[in-house]
Each structure stands twice: as C-alpha cells, then as structure tokens.
Design a protein around this ligand. Structure first.
Ligand code: ASP
Length: 370
C-alpha cells in the first residue's frame, strides 16, 4: 500500500496531531478540517500515517528519470516496498529493531538491483569484496565485516560478529573463516556477478586506464558518474520497546583497490545507533569516514539539541557538501523524528509506519514528508 499525500504542508502534521488530541477537543482541528477539505476538493486521497518505525535506502547517486527503464524503476520500487513490509512485520509481531534491520537488508542484498550481496560492484581485479555493519542503540553493541568474498549475506556476518564474537570488525579471509565457522551460507565469489555491474566495471576499466585516476579521484574529477559507483543498502528501525538499530551492507565502489574499505563497515561513519538516534549512510565512503558522518548527525541531536531533520540537513547539506563529498543518509529518532537527506540527484529510499503505511521514492523531486 502506498500513502497518497495531498501536497500541502499541513496534511501529515495535522493528521498525526489528531492522534494526540486532548480529551474533549473537537475530533478535527480547524487546520485538519481545512486540509481535508482542500484534499477532497483536489480529489486527493489522504491516508493517515503515523511516524515511521523503519526506513531503508538502496544507494544515492545521479538517479534521473530518463536513464532508467519503466520496468526497472517499477521493479526497484517493488523491492523497496517488499523490504519495508517484511521489516515492519518483524516489528509488528514484537521483534527487535535489530531483527527488522536484518530482515529488510536481506531482501535488498538478494536483489540484483542494489550494490550489496547479489549485484555487488566489481573491484579492480574483477572480483567482489563486500562490507557490512550493524549497530544496536540500546547497548551500543556493534559488529562489522570488511572485504569478505564468500559470505552470501554480509549483514548476517556482521550480526554474528556482534552477537557471537568478542570483536567489532573482522576483515578479509579471517572474516570469511569466521562466517564459515558460524555456519553462515557460503557462495562462490562469482555468485555476486551481474551483467549490469560487469558492464559498469568494463566502462570503469576503459575510463580509468584513459585517465590513470583511481576510483576516488575519478569521481572527484567527475570522470566517473557517482550513480555507477554507489548503491549500498541500509536500514534503521525502532521497535515496540523503544530500541533503535541501524545496518548497512555494500559491495563498495567499482574499481576499488589495495584492500580499500569504505564507510559502510565503519561504525560511526556508515552506520550508527544510540538510544535516541540511528543512521545508515550511502555515498562516497572516503568523505563519510573523514567526517565520522553517521555518528556526527546523532551527536548534533544529542549535544546541540537539534532535531533529526536539522542535524541531517546540516551534516549532509552543509558539511559533506562543503568537503566535496556526495551521498545520503536515512535517520530515525526514538521520538518519531526522521530524515532522508542526500545531495545527489536521487536516493532509493522508503519508510513505513507501525500500521504498514509506506512510501517509496527515488528522485529528489519526490515528496519527502519528514
Ligand atoms: N559508501 C559505499 C562505499 O564507499 C558506497 C555506496 O554507498 O554505494 O564503499
């Protein structure tokens, strides 16, 4: 189900205020009556939505309408909706935020449309090295894997590091070995191959040979389009006990070399959750690491008293942009505040409330009600 919004600033606020009305107050406030009347007159259907309990992203970049077929776009929107619904069902049945984050990310990892799990980008040697991290806000437990090659679901491996090892971050062959010991499903590295990513890898090889710039430099100089490189997936969730969790999973950036590790498995950069605020990021990882971006947003909320939306605006709109980085975040607060912010042309994204009302969006000009 998707939420139809009357495109008026008052709609969602007014409707959610109805739920919090004091006893004895009229059922509909004047503002809400005005909004409903306006929506009715405009022929728009209005669905009451509560605050989100789960947000997801599938990467940010130069996502523009005429570069994506209608079928691909529909398929991507369907998959985002499925990831939201499956995660929300976990929450609705009393499951933890951690379990909901894992459930949603698993759906996206299994989809070839996103740069995580199946469909991961190629590294400079023509293989795949995957990264993931998970953090639980309540006790700040965290787990991550970096540069893994044979684990079908890197986010499950991150969860195993968090819950069944004394460590936070395992890398490379050691992380693959750990996952085998934990009986997590293994696949051949070619299992992650997809024709689209192969084509992008070949384009990268031609361009990088011609420019002799590495991936980071090529993106910075605008020689490689960012959308060809980003596509990480992530989720943030709030469970019925008021606990938050965040997770992120990625293939990294096309053409990465020398054991490069991006922000996605770095707690504080790609992923962060504390008791009040949870973040998952996507974008040019080097900049996110240099800013400690995910934790930086939550610190602005905790120490400066900013709202979730204002903190995300400041860090993405000002700090990341001024540093020259590109990408986006999803942020969820315990108080129901949330934000989906990016400084690229689009970001695959969506949110769902406790009742299952959901919204999915891709382009920057789509309505974001936060
Ligand atoms: N942040 C990821 C990285 O730098 C890339 C992405 O978001 O797609 O590895």
């Amino acid at each position: 189900m998707s939420i139809s919004h009357a495109d008026t600033a008052c709609t969602r606020d007014s409707l959610s205020r109805l739920d919090r009305r004091a006893p004895g107050k009229p059922f509909l406030s004047r503002t809400a009556r005005c909004c409903l009347l306006l929506a009715t007159l405009l022929g728009l259907s209005v669905v009451k939505a509560g605050p989100p309990v789960l947000l997801i992203h599938g990467g940010a970049g130069t996502l523009v309408r005429d570069q994506m077929s209608a079928e691909t776009e529909a398929e991507i929107r369907r998959t985002l909706g499925l990831a939201l619904r499956e995660g929300q069902q976990v929450l609705a049945s009393g499951g933890s935020a951690e379990a909901a984050v894992i459930t949603s990310i698993r759906v996206l990892e299994e989809s070839a449309h996103f740069n995580a799990g199946k469909g991961a980008v190629y590294d400079a040697d023509g293989g795949h090295q995957l990264d993931a991290s998970l953090m639980r806000g309540r006790d700040r437990a965290a787990g991550a894997v970096a540069g893994v090659r044979t684990i079908r679901s890197p986010i499950l491996a991150a969860q195993a590091v968090m819950n069944a090892s004394p460590h936070v971050l395992l890398s490379g062959e050691g992380a693959d070995r750990f996952a085998r010991e934990k009986k997590l499903e293994q696949v051949d590295n070619h299992w992650f191959d997809t024709p689209l990513r192969l084509q992008q890898f070949q384009e990268w090889k031609e361009k990088s040979a011609a420019t002799s710039a590495d991936t980071t430099e090529a993106v910075r100089r605008g020689l490689l389009p960012a959308d060809r490189l980003y596509g990480t997936v992530g989720a943030v969730a709030l469970d019925q006990s008021g606990n938050l969790a965040a997770g992120t999973s990625t293939g990294g950036m096309t053409g990465k070399r020398w054991g490069r590790i991006g922000d996605s498995p770095i707690v504080g950069a790609g992923t962060w959750a504390d008791s009040d605020c949870a973040v998952s990021s996507t974008g040019h990882g080097e900049y996110f690491i240099r800013l400690g971006l995910a934790q930086r947003i939550c610190n602005r909320v905790a120490f400066q008293g900013l709202s979730i939306a204002a903190a995300a605006d400041q860090v993405i709109g000002t700090e990341l942009t001024e540093l020259g980085g590109t990408g986006g975040v999803i942020v969820l607060g315990r108080d129901g505040g949330f934000a989906q912010r990016f400084n690229t042309a689009g970001m695959y994204r969506g949110w769902i409330d406790a009742e299952g009302n959901l919204e999915v969006a891709i382009y920057a000009d789509e309505h974001d009600p936060d």
